[in-house]
Design a protein around this ligand. Structure first.
Ligand code: CTP
Ligand code: CA
Length: 246
């Protein structure tokens, strides 16, 4: 790829990127999943590698191909939220930066059935009980606070539609506070926006604790291709990393 102004911003840094959606098995042939093309995560991995980082991409279920064999990127495939959680926990300790772009299923079927679930003639249809998945992002922030290990900069991602009572930016601000990460990237979704599309509009919000370390106004508003958005996120995170001694 062509050299860019940010070349080298992440030189020598280890970056973990999560991408795609998770798939939670119900029986051997069925699962609960969520929509995620994986485009944003793959674009982030490419942008971080282009900025000189050693990138570990933890990829869930994606529509796009994983960048196997791309320079500076190693790929690990996972399926469930639990597998993703374990992968982030082991790769995260060595990382300078975590870009948590994966769409994690919030719930999984509480019981996995070893045999395929069959229709019965008694007229009673099955009820699927759900159980919460771990919040990987929050757990990573908590682990870092407790043990002093883990990524120096943690970036969360949120897709919000907003509703009659809530502006997406307000929802994102509340989510940033709740998660405890340094940056949160807001994707506005709805009416054919973002999911699987190539063009995107993001806001990059900074936590109160790191706002003073960043040059430009907060939140940072970026429109363009997913590649351009990814470059902006990598630049913002890299800027923060270079200003944050730890
Ligand atoms: N995330 C995570 N683990 C989960 C759910 C979400 O690590 N079990 C991460 C996502 O990868 C993303 C961020 O948290 O970086 C925000 O995801 P989102 O689904 O918007 O947050 P939730 O807390 O699940 O809120 P909501 O109820 O709006 O889905
Ligand atoms: Ca969620």
């Amino acid at each position: 790829s062509a050299p860019s102004a940010q070349n080298g911003l992440l030189a020598g840094r280890r970056v973990v990127v999560t991408a795609g959606g998770t798939r939670e098995p119900l029986d051997p042939v069925r699962y609960l999943g969520n929509r995620s093309s994986g485009k944003q995560g793959v674009a982030l991995a490419a942008a971080a590698a282009a900025a000189g980082a050693q990138v570990h991409l933890i990829a869930g279920i994606m529509e796009v191909a994983a960048p196997e064999g791309a320079a500076g990127i190693t790929v690990e495939r996972v399926e469930t939220a639990e597998e993703l959680h374990n992968a982030v926990a082991s790769a995260g300790d060595e990382a300078d930066l975590l870009l948590m772009a994966a769409a994690v299923a919030d719930f999984r079927p509480a019981d996995y059935t070893e045999a395929k679930i069959k229709k019965t003639e008694d007229g009673v249809d099955p009820v699927i009980h759900l159980q919460r998945n771990p919040d990987i992002l929050s757990a990573t922030v908590r682990r870092r606070a407790e043990r002093g290990t883990g990524p120096t900069v943690i970036v969360g991602f949120a897709a919000e539609t907003g509703d009659a009572a809530n502006d997406p930016l307000d929802l994102a601000q509340a989510k940033l506070l709740r998660k405890g990460c340094e940056l949160l990237v807001l994707n506005r979704v709805g009416e054919g926006l973002v999911f699987g599309q190539d063009d995107t509009e993001i806001h990059i919000l900074a936590s109160f604790g790191v706002q003073g370390l960043l040059g430009e106004a907060d939140p940072l508003h970026v429109t363009g291709s997913k590649q351009e958005a990814a470059r902006a996120v990598v630049e913002r995170a890299g800027e923060l990393l270079s200003r944050q001694a730890r």
